[in-house]
Design a protein around this ligand. Structure first.
Ligand code: PML
Ligand code: MG
Length: 378
């Protein structure tokens, strides 16, 4: 089962250098890639911030076992009339989270406007924890659980993308909260998010038409902790369950596609229905024409043991003697750790049988590992 991370990043050249226009990302099945790629391309080409002249579409394969599944934060909304009231609402929530230096934190916000990523700010010392403060930290490799095949949309859904991102961010180790103001000139709603308060939308954080925006991830911990936080934010693959499409919307059904193994489970169920699902049968006897299975004597018709050598008394006795003398495993290939007289005798016997000068048996180093593994198994 192939899963892919699809990311789009678009920018345009301006007199002041390259300016970010739009970005988005998804986690998709192979067959969902073409439609979603062209939807993201359309989005990059028709954006309120202007037409992009650089568009980067990046596709990387993802292993399902690398994905962590988390639940979306609960959503609530605070209606405010002015950006000043919006700022005040953020300060109230920060105080509720036990963060008393909210005004100092909010003063840093304007430094995020020029950054592509978010600011990682130590709430206690106001120290910036990003290795490159001009770039900031990019929370990435995340998507919401969705139905399969995924409905394709060219439109940006600010809310849905933000609830997915905020859920991942506040789930990261050592993160206390996130504050966000959209950098989209047409979008004035922002939010403050934390595990205990959920995702709180604040309906006006700036005036319409204002291109300013950014994110602050509020962090508490040491420099070593920060490395752990950054790894999670920038590399951990995350699927967010129940991330609704609208703030008052119904959560996506948990049966929709909460886990990337859904298709594997269906494929296994089909095999079972067709009586093609393979299971291992345990025998409590040696391999012979008759075997004992679940306490019953049964006739073995599937074996390759045509001559009955697997349980022949003379062969068993020879094997037991060999084990007594040489042990039950080699310690390496014959070249590296020496050969046994048994090998030489077998090669001479084969040469005589084939009428040749000599014979050479190739066996492999992995046989030594098999011996070790079966010993550990006991
Ligand atoms: C962004 O544009 O990157 C941020 C979007 C904030 C969404 C706020 C909301 O509608 O809940
Ligand atoms: Mg944005």
């Amino acid at each position: 089962m192939s899963l892919y991370s699809l990311k789009m990043r678009a920018s345009k050249h301006t007199a002041n250098g390259d300016e970010h226009v739009s970005g988005a990302e998804k986690i998709l099945y192979r067959e969902e890639l073409p439609d979603n790629m062209s939807a993201l391309l359309e989005r990059a080409l028709h954006h309120a911030k202007g037409r992009a002249d650089f568009i980067n579409l990046k596709i990387e394969s993802i292993q399902p076992q690398e994905i962590e599944t988390i639940d979306a934060l609960s959503v609530s909304s605070v209606a405010v009339e002015t950006p000043a009231q919006g700022q005040q609402a953020i300060l109230t929530y920060l105080a509720q989270l036990g963060i008393s230096n909210g005004p100092d934190i909010m003063e840093q916000f304007q430094d995020t406007y020029a950054m592509r990523g978010a600011m990682l700010l130590n709430v206690d010392t106001l120290e910036r924890m990003e290795p490159d403060p001009a770039r900031g930290i990019r929370a990435t490799y995340m998507d919401g659980a969705h139905t399969h095949p995924r409905p394709v949309s060219e439109d940006k859904n600010h809310f849905q993308e933000a609830i997915i991102l905020a859920s991942k961010v506040v789930h990261a180790p050592h993160i206390l909260a996130e504050i966000c103001m959209s950098d989209d000139p047409d979008y004035v709603t922002g939010y403050v998010a934390a595990k205990s308060i959920g995702y709180v939308r604040i309906t006006k954080l700036k005036e319409m038409g204002c291109p300013d925006g950014g994110r602050i991830f509020l962090f508490r911990g040491s420099r070593k902790d920060a490395a752990e936080t950054i790894r999670y934010l920038e590399h951990q693959r995350v699927i967010v369950r129940h991330a609704a499409a609208t703030p008052d919307g119904q959560p996506v059904s948990p049966a929709a596609m909460p886990d990337p193994y859904a298709r594997l489970t269906t494929a296994l169920d089909t095999r079972r229905e067709q009586h093609l699902y393979r299971t291992l049968t345990e025998l409590s006897s040696a391999q012979c024409a008759h075997v004992t299975c679940a306490g019953r004597d049964m006739l073995m018709l599937a074996s390759n043991n045509y001559l009955g050598l697997a349980n022949h008394p003379a062969l068993k006795q020879a094997a037991q003697q060999a084990i007594d003398t040489y042990g039950c495993s080699s310690g390496g290939s014959r070249l590296t750790t020496g050969t046994l007289p048994l090998h030489t005798q077998l090669e001479s016997a084969l040469a005589r049988f084939k009428g040749t000068e000599a014979a050479l048996l190739f066996n492999t180093g992995y046989c030594a590992n098999v011996g070790i593994l079966s010993a550990l198994w006991q």
